[in-house]
Design a binder for this molecule. Structure first.
Ligand code: ZN
Length: 298
């Protein structure tokens, strides 16, 4: 009986020391609180951080991210966040300083750093000049290209390791697995979208798919003009373009009205396809979009 008691006492002293030394146990078992701008980033962070992170999303599902304004309670919630993963969205330009003012110890990580951006495809060079004052000058939709997500994943991985070095091995394993998944997805999308028939153009209401199109040999023809609804004269021109290019499909995303897309699709005898660039189930969503697109381009 006495030896059991003394063993218990010894373990009570030694066990916490051993656990702390092994690095697998620390106060950081409380998940690392982070905030991201958009839902696809939640997918990326959770792929690498697993259950060691808790992810808040700034732009809620269904909201339109380009003109987004955070609510006061979202700013207050930032005080718990250790990292803010910025995506390069236009709203960040005016809000990141205020985020930092709420929580000066929160690290801001620009996940789009090191990615060469293409100019925002407004479909009309003159309109681009006219609207560049309030719109994105560069296309922010880099999260829709798996090869570019590799770069974003690298930033996320590095930041998580430096916030929570005790779990480095865990993050490294997840990161490497995720890179493998990105390669597999890239191969899958290349296979699905290699149509080779020449019908590689598609119309989109909001030009979110520029990097995706570039990665997979497609070309998006924007219906939206410089962030604005097309005027009747624009619609006539777009219908002519669609007919001339043999386009059969117009993509719309749930955050925008599909009225103009329907007008065009009806006029060309084509279809409207819903494709959400902000879906949280990122990989499955890209597979679904490729499926719909390859069926439409066949
Ligand atoms: Zn967008």
């Amino acid at each position: 009986m006495r030896s059991v008691v003394s063993n218990v006492r010894i373990y009570a002293v030694i066990l916490p020391v051993l656990m702390a030394l092994s690095g697998s146990w620390s106060w950081a078992e409380t998940p690392v609180q982070v905030t991201v701008s958009i839902l696809p980033q939640k997918y990326f962070v959770e792929k690498i951080g697993g259950d060691r992170v808790k992810v808040a999303v700034m732009v809620p599902p269904g909201a339109e991210p380009h003109a987004f304004e955070p609510k006061p309670q979202q700013l207050i919630a930032l005080s718990n966040s250790r990292i803010y993963f910025a995506a390069g969205m236009s709203f960040e330009q005016s809000w990141l300083d205020r985020f930092k003012a709420v929580n000066s110890t929160m690290r801001i990580v620009h996940t789009d750093d090191g990615i060469d951006k293409i100019p925002m495809d407004t479909g009309d060079k003159n309109e681009r000049e006219e609207h560049s004052g309030h719109d994105d000058l560069y296309d922010p939709h880099v999260w829709l290209s798996p090869p570019l997500v590799r770069k974003q994943a690298e930033h996320i991985y590095t930041a998580l390791v430096s916030a929570d070095p005790g779990n480095r091995e865990f993050y490294t394993d997840n990161y490497n697995r995720f890179l493998g998944e990105l390669d597999d997805l890239d191969r899958y999308l290349k296979e699905r979208l290699s149509v080779g028939s020449g019908h590689t153009r598609f119309m989109v209401f909001h030009p979110s798919w520029g990097y995706f199109a570039r990665a997979y040999g497609l070309e998006q023809i924007p219906v939206e003009i410089g962030g604005k609804e097309p005027k009747p004269a624009d619609l006539v021109r777009l219908i002519d373009t669609a007919k001339r290019l043999g386009i059969k499909v117009v993509f719309v995303q749930p955050q925008f009205s599909d009225r103009n897309a329907r007008t065009i699709a009806d006029a060309i005898g084509g279809k409207v396809i819903y494709a959400d660039p902000l879906a949280e189930n990122w990989e499955q969503n890209l597979k679904d979009v490729a499926e719909k697109m390859s069926a439409a381009l066949r």
